[in-house]
Design a protein around this ligand. Sequence first.
Ligand code: ZN
Length: 179
Amino acid sequence: MNCPYCGYHDSKVIDSRVVNDGIRRRRQCLSCASRFTTYERLQPASLFVIKKDGKREEFNRIKLLTGIRKACEKRPLPTGTVDKLADDIEAELYHLGKAEIPSAAIGDMVMERLKSLDYIAYIRFASVYREFTDITTLKQEVDTLVSSEVSASLPTSQLPLLPDEELETVAKRRQRSRK
Ligand SMILES: [Zn+2]
């Protein structure tokens, strides 16, 4: 690590401490005596995702985060929920210790968590991920959720189901299906 001030190639460690997931080192340049900080962190082994078409691509946390964030858009989830969810999944993936994992398995992990968190986010994610091509499949999924909620009491962690317009849409859909 070259000195960020003068570019000299050597420095000495004047302090080092363990932080969350790595080591923080306070360094001093041996040439200009400027102080700077470096972090040492374990680089997880590469993880590849096998997509539906069989192609492989390196696991991308941002991609995972974006997908979850989209599904959770405007939902009344506490700040940090989405990031934590992505973190948990990432940690679990690396914990599996596999070199490759099917994208479907990751999708299932996300869905499982969203289901216990927020039904709307779950349905949104499922509709993209499972590529609901017609309204019938989507309706089946919603009906499954609604009926499972009627038969079982609402988990306390669950946010209010289908508020406002989304509730109306489902109600209309259900009415229509009864006719
Ligand atoms: Zn220097």
